[in-house]
Design a protein around this ligand. Structure first.
Ligand code: CTP
Length: 391
């Protein structure tokens, strides 16, 4: 996909770094992007419309009340391929985070489903403030890419994080967005991962060897493809994924509860968690003495995937996982049908090699009956191959 001819809206916020956006605009043009500048009204205090119009060769507007017959905000939102907001001030970030539409730029952002790159620049104190950080997290959660500002000298004598990043870094980020498939933009993906644990007594549990790596790889890939992502993580050591909502759980019952509440609002479920199939009938409130620990009465857990899949609405997609040591395809086909899935990835776990490892092998089975064999791939690769099957 060539860059040449790609339309970019350059949103300019009202900060002193606006003058650096003039160079950014020039360099974007050098790379073949066609740029329309949409400054906020405050930004014009630093760089005026005449400069932007001369540099971009295009008309410049700041309010929805201008050029009414052309329905500016909708037109701009529809023709652009990317939106780059540079510099993004604390106020502009706050307005974006809260879905305000009080000037042309914020209207365009709301009206457009394209990938958005936000380039903050402000004083270190304003950047570090809890309100700004909260707003940045909101934007990242919604799939916008927010760069970290550079650290260095700012206006006056202040030094710290808040500087407008080097133009090359912004262009690099824009190229990365351009190269990445953004086929999940606007989609909400929920991933369960890890393995549930069922307590026997206060110190022991029944569990399994799932590490959660595959689910986190899928969540990461979905984020990169523009989705809004939630991870329900059952006993995972890795609990960080900037941009995703993470909900830690321990037992099957907790996982089921969260899933029941969350599933209706998501477009895609990836059920990667290894769910304990059974739990102790009784959980001892005291540690069981070893002499008495000779047998444990179990009761079956519900099949969460089958339960939740039975409630799906039209358009919701469900991907299941299976772990098998024998008759892989046969067992997997039966699970795909029984659990009403669109896609099932069956792990070949013979020998236990996959647990905790960075690679996987198995087969992807589609509801159409197509089988895609996966031989020794990284969990990141599998994540993208699986997501490719959704489109
Ligand atoms: N699963 C679930 N609830 C369970 C058991 C499994 O939601 N109680 C889900 C898993 O998250 C996975 C899929 O069902 O996506 C298949 O899991 P797997 O353990 O391979 O199959 P089971 O249905 O448990 O069957 P078996 O253990 O007999 O192979």
């Amino acid at each position: 996909m060539s860059i040449s001819g790609r339309e970019v809206i350059l949103g300019v916020g009202g900060g002193i770094a606006a003058y650096k956006a003039c160079d950014l605009l020039r360099r974007m043009q050098d790379h073949g992007f066609l740029v329309t500048v949409v400054p906020t009204p405050a930004a014009l205090n630093f760089v005026g419309s005449a400069t932007w119009e001369a540099l971009s060769g295009r008309p410049v507007h700041t309010q929805v009340w201008e050029d009414i017959p052309n329905l500016l905000h909708i037109h701009l939102a529809q023709v652009t391929d990317y939106i780059v907001i540079a510099p993004a001030t604390a106020d502009l970030i706050a307005r974006l985070a809260h879905g305000r539409a009080d000037d042309l730029l914020t209207n365009v952002v709301l009206a457009s489903g394209v990938a958005k790159l936000v380039v903050p620049a402000m004083h270190p104190e304003m950047w570090a403030d809890a309100a700004t950080q909260y707003n940045v997290a909101l934007l990242r959660n919604r799939g916008l890419i927010v760069l970290e500002p550079d650290t260095g000298r700012l206006t006056g004598n202040d030094i710290g994080p808040g500087r407008f990043p080097e133009t090359s870094r912004i262009l690099e980020a824009l190229h990365e967005i351009h190269m990445t498939k953004a086929d999940l933009l606007g989609k909400k993906v929920i991933v369960t991962t890890g393995g549930t644990r069922e307590p026997i007594d206060p110190v022991r549990y029944i569990g399994n060897r799932s590490s959660g790596k595959q689910g986190f790889a899928i969540a990461q890939a979905a984020l990169a493809r523009g989705a809004q992502v939630c991870v329900i993580a059952a006993n995972c050591s890795e609990l960080e994924l900037p941009g995703a909502e993470i909900i830690p759980v321990e037992t099957t019952a907790q996982l089921g509860e969260v899933l029941k509440i969350k599933f209706p609002e998501f477009d895609i479920l990836v059920m990667c968690a290894a769910v304990a199939d059974a739990k102790p009938l009784l959980v001892s409130p005291e540690k069981i003495k070893k002499q008495k620990l000779t047998s444990i009465n179990l009761e079956a857990n519900p099949d969460l995937l089958a339960q939740v899949s039975a409630t799906r609405r039209v358009g919701q997609k469900v991907i299941g996982f299976a772990a098998e040591t024998e008759n892989l395809l046969e067992n997997a086909q039966a699970k795909l049908v029984a659990k009403n899935l669109d896609i099932l990835y069956v792990n070949d776990v013979s020998g236990g090699a996959i647990f905790g490892s960075d690679s996987t092998k198995g087969s992807i089975i589609l509801s159409s009956g197509t089988v895609i064999s996966v031989s020794e791939a990284s969990k990141d690769t599998l994540a993208n191959v699986l997501l490719d099957q959704l489109t």
